[in-house]
Design a protein around this ligand. Structure first.
Ligand SMILES: [Zn+2]
Length: 408
């Protein structure tokens, strides 16, 4: 692999925790990448240009770590635009689900598809994410809802990960997303996941984490404790969808088992926030979903930060409740809806995202880290969370390779 140099960087946001608000700013900087990693970070002229290097001119713009979307359901097929229109006319999510819509309509489309069809469906979404600077994305299963169809989803993710152009994918098993129509109860499906699905997922190394949707009508805290205990015993990281629509105790469970992350958290209490902080659970603020489901209360991002939690912002990209993979927009919304400071929102889609995925090799621009970088057409890195919906991407580097943008 050729070395790569980004020159003429107006503002480098290393996100290394130093300097004002921890953004680690370096002005008039250069970054050198070699063999997929970051080899040198410094002021202009601090390092000779390596022979044969790919040179990227930042034209005085800002450079940040590649963005990390740590919570998505991006592997889906089918169209639910009609549901969006129906909800706008006043139908509720529950009414639509009862009429065969909701997760089950996506489930039918996913069950009917082959691995290749799933891969073809997701590939353009990954390109769109990359075009907006995302270099690592977590993607959950959870629309197959049978042993074979959940495995099929995870195999599709593995196939995508093998493609040279792909951004990095962290696959999560979310079989406990909804109760399959063939299953009697959430508890019986939980038992089947533990007995039949988990061993296969681990044997084929198809997922790095296991997640569960704790909610009324979905999975109880007891189901979740049993499932995540079994997953943890088999070496998987654990995550929880908690307190989104009502308080169920999912956040407290995440703290009890020291889960890696907990997402949504609209209905947490002050005690929950303290428990999450004490246990080191990374809290995912999913602002697009909160706004998309127009009736929901704001996710208490400020409360989480003030309690001492590490916060990540993610898109929750999914066809039912957050039909957008615009991570920068999600971060902007986390500022206005959830009280994060702009700098915290930027941390939440870089270092916070890396922590939510347990990946120590990214989220920061420093020697030895993975060379995932985003060059934007703005001098101030905070423009990313301020200029909503604008495409600021000038170049994207994934694993030391120029994935998007021009060589100079
Ligand atoms: Zn989710």
């Amino acid at each position: 692999m050729q070395p790569l140099v980004i020159e003429n960087i107006g503002t480098l946001a290393t996100m290394d925790g130093t300097g004002p608000h921890g953004l680690g700013l370096v002005h008039d900087a250069v970054v050198v990448c070699a063999a997929g990693g970051i080899d040198h970070v410094g002021a202009r002229g601090s390092c000779a240009r390596p022979a044969g290097a790919v040179v990227v001119d930042a034209h005085g713009g800002a450079v940040l770590p590649g963005l990390i979307d740590c919570h998505t359901h991006a592997l889906f097929l089918g169209d639910r635009c009609d549901e969006f229109a129906r909800r706008a006319r006043g139908e509720t999510y529950a009414q639509i689900a009862q009429a065969g819509g909701g997760i089950r309509s996506t489930m039918k489309a996913v069950r009917a598809a082959s691995v290749d069809e799933l891969v073809d469906g997701v590939r353009p979404r990954l390109r769109r994410m990359r075009a907006r600077g995302v270099t690592t994305v977590e993607i959950k299963s959870g629309y197959g809802l049978s042993v074979d169809d959940e495995l099929k989803m995870l195999r599709a993710l593995r196939q995508l990960q093998g493609e040279e152009e792909s951004i990095h994918i962290e696959p999560t098993l979310l079989a406990a997303h909804a109760i399959p129509p063939e299953e009697e109860t959430a508890t019986s499906w939980t038992t089947r996941i533990i007995a039949e699905l988990l061993p296969q997922v681990v044997a084929e190394n198809l997922a790095t984490a296991c997640d569960v949707f704790v909610e009324q009508g979905a999975f109880s805290v007891d189901d979740a404790r049993r499932l995540l205990g079994a997953a943890s015993d088999r070496g998987l990281k654990t995550r929880v969808h908690a307190e989104q629509l009502s308080w169920q105790g999912g956040a407290r469970l995440a703290a009890e088992i020291s889960a890696l992350s907990a997402g949504h958290l609209e209905h947490i209490t002050d005690d929950d926030a303290r428990a999450l902080a004490d246990a080191g659970v990374v809290c995912e603020v999913l602002s697009l979903a909160q706004v998309f489901l127009k009736s929901q209360r704001a996710i208490p991002g400020r409360k989480l930060k003030d309690a001492g939690c590490v916060v990540a912002v993610a898109t929750d990209f999914n066809p039912g409740t957050a039909m957008s993979c615009d991570l920068a927009l999600a971060a902007g919304l986390a500022v206005t809806q959830s009280g994060l400071f702009a700098e915290e929102a930027l941390q939440a889609i870089t270092t916070g995202g890396a922590q939510a995925l347990g990946l120590q090799d990214r989220g920061v621009i420093a020697r030895g880290k993975r060379a995932d970088l985003l060059v934007i057409d703005a001098v101030n890195p905070l423009a990313l969370v301020y200029r909503w919906g604008e495409d600021l991407t000038r170049a994207v580097v994934v694993g030391g390779r120029l994935a998007l943008g021009q060589m100079s």
